[in-house]
Design a binder for this molecule. Sequence first.
Ligand SMILES: [Zn+2]
Ligand SMILES: [Zn+2]
Ligand SMILES: [Zn+2]
Length: 99
Amino acid sequence: MKSHEPPSHICSECGKAFRSNFSLGVHMEYHKRPDEWKFQCSTCGKKFPLKDKMTEHMRTHTKEKPFVCQYCGEKYAHRHNWRNHMKLNIRRNLDMRKL
Ligand SMILES: [Zn+2]
Ligand SMILES: [Zn+2]
Ligand SMILES: [Zn+2]
């Protein structure tokens, strides 16, 4: 059983390799000119290659912070930041168990 298949979807613009056609498609959006990006913030008009990116950006206008740390209660507007914080928490907990 092969667990680590080499990435076989290659970007024709920069040669970067991706494991799935979907990841490559997402990546290709970034090679487009920003004015060709199809998702636009209705508040400031900024454009984004992905709907998720636009949704996250729009939270900076609404100041909405839906991602809450279950350990310390800290709130995050971006899933990315929240996940990084949670990873730190989990690592910290594992370290404590080792001691
Ligand atoms: Zn590329
Ligand atoms: Zn905006
Ligand atoms: Zn926390």
